[in-house]
Ligand binder design. Structure first.
Ligand SMILES: [Zn+2]
Ligand SMILES: [Zn+2]
Length: 455
């Protein structure tokens, strides 16, 4: 069975997350988005655990579903009940080899018994797991992995958003230069890595040393409507063991790829200085020796630069285990561009649910619904928007130094709010940003970067 799964989300008990992240709402939003399997997140938190044990019931092996009496009414006629998987994220802050390390890891557990064992081990080590849903502990990532493996041989352990500067295994500020440096003798138990919102598979393909890992993607949602902004596509039996087995031994029949943000949208994609209006790709940063020409100070170095720094491959096509990835823009953002009003506005809220009612779940609309069917629903401009997004014909302005990037589907001159189809399809000149095409899986010249670096 073909389905999508989003394993990394948070509960209302994590810091800076929405109170609306209840099991009822997660069930509802999984349907809206078109997800079959979602992680419940934060399984180490005692109050969240009690709520889950009360509201969920067992489904297939290692999976759970919301009890009928808690389900919210919804309008998607043939939506199947979503399945929940027991997952959590833990933040480890510790010293190793004389440096402070901050690494986030995602843990998958096959049953509540294993969850309880992991909890008890952490409590014995005086880890504070009951104040924050995503606990911060002083335990080395390697030792945390060991505790999990002792709790069950069926656990699955995935370093989270691996390129985030401050909180990840390869992050420039507090991570390592390889997975092995972090996990040592237990590295063999790491099978998959989460690429995070700030990188996509193509960026990771630059790194030969990551070849043996499956690259997965999750939303890391802090509110229900953010579910599925990144996700994984499977074609296998729906059970915990089967899903984990596919991630341990992926093949193109059972792992169909990932759904991704355009990484350029990330706040720290490129390098630069926001105040000085300097935005550089890694090549420009090298050429300028990392110094801002306006203020003469060091520029803030972004994620793409860190990937380029660690990258050790010339030819991206040489990467084995390349799975397809689909770059998507959240439907609300597309509608916001089409209507020229804010993402949070009433208008967009209405149009969003209007689309879902007429066409189906959001992931279907973004990725799979035939364009003719969207046209039949009377949404001419949306058809063209979706076509361009699927073809990666988007206009990007990269994020840098804390400034979000922008991904647009229409040129300003196309004047889409007027919904005039003739101007929409006219080939007009770009006025800012650069156009990506399907062939541009990397948005800077890696070979030039290498040449300059080796000098
Ligand atoms: Zn995290
Ligand atoms: Zn500057």
């Amino acid at each position: 069975m073909k389905f999508t799964a989003d394993f990394h989300i948070h509960s209302p008990f994590s810091r800076a997350t929405s109170k609306a992240l209840t099991p009822e709402n997660l069930d509802y939003w999984a349907r809206i988005k078109g997800l079959k399997v979602i992680g419940i997140g934060d399984f180490t938190h005692v109050r969240w655990l009690i709520e889950l044990q009360n509201k969920l019931e067992p489904a297939e092996q290692g999976l759970f579903k919301l009890k009928k009496e808690f389900q919210k009414p919804h309008f998607l006629s043939n939506s199947e009940d979503p399945r929940f998987m027991l997952t959590t994220e833990i933040s480890s802050i510790y010293k190793k080899d004389g440096k402070v390390r901050k690494v986030h890891n995602i843990i998958f557990a096959p049953d509540f018994k294993t969850v309880e064992k992991i909890r008890q081990s952490l409590l014995r080590l005086n880890c504070n797991i009951d104040s924050d849903g995503r606990p911060i502990i002083g335990l080395d990532s390697r030792d945390l992995l060991e505790i999990c493996l002792e709790a069950s041989k069926d656990i699955f352990f995935v370093p989270a958003h691996i390129w985030t500067p401050w909180f990840s295994v390869l992050g420039s500020k507090s991570g390592f230069n390889s997975i092995e440096e972090c996990f040592g003798d237990l590295s063999g138990h790491i099978y998959a890595l989460e690429t995070g919102l700030s990188s996509d598979p193509a960026m990771n393909w630059m790194c030969d040393f990551l070849d043996r890992f499956l690259l997965i993607s999750n939303s890391d949602a802090h509110s229900p409507s953010k579910l599925a902004r990144e996700a994984n596509i499977f074609d296998c039996d729906v059970s915990y063991n089967e899903i984990i087995n596919v991630m341990k031994n992926p093949n193109s029949k059972k792992f169909l790829g990932t759904i991704e943000f355009f990484p350029q949208e990330g706040k720290y994609h490129y390098d630069g200085h926001r105040k000085c209006d300097i935005c550089w790709d890694p090549v420009s940063t090298l050429k300028n020796k990392g110094i801002c020409p306006k203020c003469k100070r060091k520029v803030t170095v972004g994620v793409m630069n860190r990937v380029a720094e660690l990258s050790d491959r010339q030819d991206l096509s040489k990467r084995k285990n390349r799975f397809p990835f689909y770059s998507a823009i959240p439907l609300r953002e597309i509608l916001s561009e089409i209507y020229g009003v804010g993402v949070q506005s009433k208008k967009i809220e209405q149009e969003y649910f209007n689309c879902l009612r007429k066409i189906g779940p959001e992931l279907d609309i973004l990725l799979w619904t035939p364009l003719d069917q969207i046209k039949e629903a009377g949404m001419t401009t949306l058809v063209e928007a979706i076509r361009r997004m699927r073809a990666r014909e988007v206009i990007v302005e990269e994020g840098f130094d804390g400034e979000f990037g922008r991904i647009k589907l229409f040129k300003p001159s196309e004047n889409v709010t007027a919904v005039d189809d003739e101007s929409l399809f006219a080939d007009t000149v770009l006025s800012g940003g650069k156009q990506l095409s399907r062939r541009d899986i990397l948005d800077f010249d890696l070979l030039e970067y290498r040449k300059l670096k080796d000098k």
